[in-house]
Design a protein around this ligand. Structure first.
Ligand code: FE2
Length: 417
């Protein structure tokens, strides 16, 4: 007898095809997928032809600052740099309880909307390392229903003060999953280059992934992506490395951009664009025409490179809006990157699912396939296009073989003839 049987689903497969199936789950694993399963189960759900998909992947979020909007003040200029100033004040008051409560509330909000894999950055620029400690404890607390990766993120630069390099090393010893960085915010260009080398050194020493906030600025001279690419080629670890944001790439002249694409092609790097945040943060010093401030998503995707979309911020000093819904992210990405062709729309959905899993280096355990851990979502949608266009409700979230969340679609009544 199976533990859970899902009847009448429309399974979205990794090649984009959709097939009518029943799915059986036993001991946390997908035990069978077939047009019809007749064996009994302890629990059954009739999906009534809804779309079955692997869960959404949040590949880039800052849980330590989530839900702090307006504390101690609102970001009136809307710039990245005012956001960093506000956060510098707010983080003086961080406590373990404060970080954990806001992080878990945000994760629940995301899980309710189908997110079961999350990579968060934790600011490690404070001697107390409270944000990191809190998020590592949260990783443990939530592990039965959501998988969390924590990046040690030196918000104020690895060489921004004398203590920060040591704090990075300490963060690795505490168990951060990935080494972060912010080369464009280091005190000088040389420090930025040095920071990228230091990040690779730490990742190799502690055997960790890398996820760098890279060139998150409109400055067309911010060129740390090429340094990341070169280090990845020499270290032979491109698939374990992620370049987040890379918004300056949108401002590079084409001669340089095409040369850079050639270099990137050799790397297997992962890219993360955060369209909700970058469309609002970037271009703030422009008059008109005003830049979109998002990296060359379409071109990277066309070149076959792995690109995912992240939410980045939920109600914090950098972005006052957001609910943690990855279909909002995919929709904004689709608009800002002008990915309106049919294959492009489907690709935007993949950027918050399969591509995100590849970025997190979890592809081996991700996907709705027999033998894999039973993590899946059921969407009130026909296909990927329908899901993004209507921001479809996630009717069921199945995590590690068990029903985690169910949501009834809202009911609207028309009262006139
Ligand atoms: Fe970020």
């Amino acid at each position: 007898m199976y533990d859970l049987l899902l009847r009448h689903g429309q399974l979205l497969q990794s090649d984009g095809t959709i097939v009518a199936v029943d799915l059986a789950i036993q001991q946390g694993v997908i035990a069978a997928i077939a047009p019809q399963i007749t064996e009994p189960a302890k629990q059954e759900l009739d999906l009534q032809g809804q779309l079955v998909s692997p869960p959404f992947v949040e590949s880039h979020i800052h849980l330590d600052s989530a839900l702090t909007v307006g504390e101690p003040r609102w970001n009136q200029s809307g710039t990245l740099f005012e956001g960093i100033e506000i956060w510098r004040d707010r983080k003086q008051n961080l406590s373990l309880e404060d970080v954990k409560t806001r992080a878990i509330t945000t994760l629940k909000q995301q899980a309710m909307q189908g997110v079961l894999f999350v990579r968060t950055h934790a600011d490690v620029s404070e001697a107390s390392l409270i944000a990191l400690q809190g998020l590592l404890e949260v990783r443990e607390t939530v592990k039965d229903w959501i998988t969390l990766q924590v990046v040690a993120f030196p918000q104020d630069g690895i060489f921004g003060s004398s203590q920060n390099d040591h704090l990075m090393e300490q963060a690795m010893e505490m168990g951060a999953d990935a080494v972060g960085g912010i080369p464009h915010y280091e005190l000088t260009r040389e420090d930025g280059v040095k920071s990228v080398h230091r990040i690779f050194e730490l990742a190799q020493k502690y055997d960790r992934l890398i996820d760098i906030h890279c060139d998150e600025i409109d400055d067309d001279q911010s060129r740390f992506l090429e340094v990341v690419g070169a280090c990845a080629i020499r270290a032979g670890m491109g698939s374990r490395v992620t370049a987040s944001h890379t918004t300056a790439f949108g401002s590079y002249n084409n001669a340089y951009a095409f040369k850079l694409l050639g270099l990137l092609h050799r790397t297997e790097l992962n890219f993360i664009a955060n369209p909700l945040i970058n469309i609002t943060l970037q271009g703030r010093t422009d008059t008109y025409p005003k830049r979109r401030g998002v990296t060359r998503v379409k071109e990277l995707w066309q070149q076959g490179m792995n690109v995912s979309f992240g939410h980045d911020c939920v109600q914090d000093p950098w972005y006052s809006l957001g609910t943690g819904n990855m279909l909002d992210v995919a929709s904004m990405g689709l608009h800002v990157c002008q990915m309106t062709g049919t294959a492009e729309i489907d690709a935007c959905y993949d950027m918050v699912t399969w591509n995100g899993a590849r970025t997190l280096n979890i592809s081996d355990r991700y996907g709705v396939e027999v033998g894999k851990p039973a993590n899946l979502i059921v969407l009130d949608a026909r296909d990927r296009y329908d899901a993004i266009r209507r921001r479809a409700i996630v009717s069921y979230v199945i995590s590690q073989g068990k029903l985690l969340v169910s949501t009834e679609p809202p009911k609207t009544i028309w009262h006139r003839e």
